[in-house]
Design a protein around this ligand. Structure first.
Ligand SMILES: [Fe+2]
Ligand SMILES: [Fe+2]
Length: 379
């Protein structure tokens, strides 16, 4: 199921849920219509849970978002659903994988009454308000919020982060300059997330469609590289600059045609040559931009070079990758292997990933960094 199919399913969930709530108020509890519409809502959710472990619907102003994406639906159904949410002052509701029909039924009954107090102890459904906190004046290390708030903030910030990354890549395509404060904001958000999450690998997103690939890959490499860099002891502006380099490493891909980027099989010679230019094109674009750290220019140029000097682009005179590019080479390869692609429905198994890193240690990858990376990944 790709992203648009999931959104279409979510719209059906919302309309079924709304109908289930409305019917509960009208018909007796054991009416076949009431029972079947609850069951259908549950079935739809179960189908989505095959792909997503959690579904979060948010009400922001008059708009609905499902899993951080706008839920485009028309008039009456949408309004009725929004009314239900507003009646209970719900701005955010999440359903998790494993949700039993009994809990969904209980929730439907509770929202169809005056108060949600009737819900005994929900385990798979959570609801609440959105809280937007402004961290602008706080140091990252000072952040200390209750867990509930954190979940809420994640979603909102993830939404804007996604848009910002998208903008950066799109702006680069149209030749506009990269918004440096957006870039810094994204890195800040990644660092906050990494520091709050016991296992930052859980922050890495999966891609289901080609459309999402560049964004998800870029975000994943950004998060992984920052996690790795912190583990290695980088701090302060060095750490942030490394994050920017990771985030922008594939910026040169904006001009690579989609059919080459998403081609399932291997590329022919011409396609490969064109693909490989994303490194130098990216470096040149970043060089033209004010406020972009030099290390990002190098990262874009060197991330497909190898430790032993092979790889691309080929530069004469014994050019060596700098350490940040060596780190990005590792996180880039890791994400490429562990990400689901339309033509590769399961990630490369972890044992194979470890084997490939060990095999390439000293030739493709800096051996010290491989060791530290495997250690960090608990591999
Ligand atoms: Fe690349
Ligand atoms: Fe990459």
């Amino acid at each position: 199921m790709d992203f648009s199919e999931i959104q279409a399913m979510m719209i059906r969930v919302v309309s079924h849920f709304t109908a289930a709530v409305e019917n509960t108020g009208i018909y007796p509890d054991d009416h076949p219509l009431v029972i079947s519409i609850r069951q259908d809502t549950h079935k739809l959710l179960a189908e989505i849970f095959e792909w997503k472990k959690e579904i979060t619907i948010m009400l922001i102003g008059d708009s609905l978002m499902a899993n951080k994406r706008p839920l485009i639906m028309s008039g009456a159904g949408k309004n009725a659903f929004i009314q239900i949410l507003r009646k209970h002052a719900i701005e955010r509701v999440s359903f998790s994988r494993g949700l039993p029909l009994s809990e969904l039924t209980e929730f439907i009954k509770a929202v169809s009454t005056e108060s949600l107090g009737a819900m005994r102890s929900p385990r798979y459904i959570r609801w609440g308000k959105l809280e937007i906190k402004d961290y602008a004046d706080q140091e990252i290390d000072d952040l200390d919020s209750p867990e509930e708030d954190i979940n809420t903030i994640y979603d909102l910030e993830a939404l804007t982060t996604e848009q910002k990354i998208d903008n950066i890549y799109r702006n680069t395509l149209s030749g506009e300059s990269i918004n440096v404060s957006d870039t810094n904001e994204i890195i800040r958000h990644f660092l906050e997330s990494i520091r709050r999450e016991a296992n930052p690998l859980r922050l890495l997103a999966e891609t289901k469609s080609n459309d999402e690939y560049t964004f998800t890959h870029t975000a994943n490499v950004g998060i992984l590289t920052l996690f790795f860099a912190e583990h290695l002891g980088f701090q302060g502006s060095d750490l942030r600059n490394i994050g920017v380099a990771a985030l922008l490493h594939d910026v040169g891909k904006v001009t690579t045609p989609d059919d080459i980027l998403s081609k399932p099989g291997s590329l022919n010679l011409d396609e490969r040559a064109l693909m490989e230019t994303h490194t130098t094109k990216g470096a040149f674009r970043l060089m033209e931009q004010a406020g972009i750290p030099n290390i990002a220019v190098l990262g874009a140029m060197e991330h497909h070079m190898k430790y032993d000097g092979s790889g691309y682009p080929r530069i004469k005179g014994g050019w060596e990758q700098n350490i940040v590019s060596q780190m990005i080479t590792i996180t880039d390869v890791y994400d490429a292997m562990r990400t689901i692609r339309p033509y590769r429905p399961i990630p490369v198994p972890m044992e194979k990933v470890i084997h490939l890193f060990k095999q390439g240690s000293g030739s493709d990858f800096n051996p010290y960094l491989v060791e530290r990376f495997l250690d960090l990944m608990d591999m």
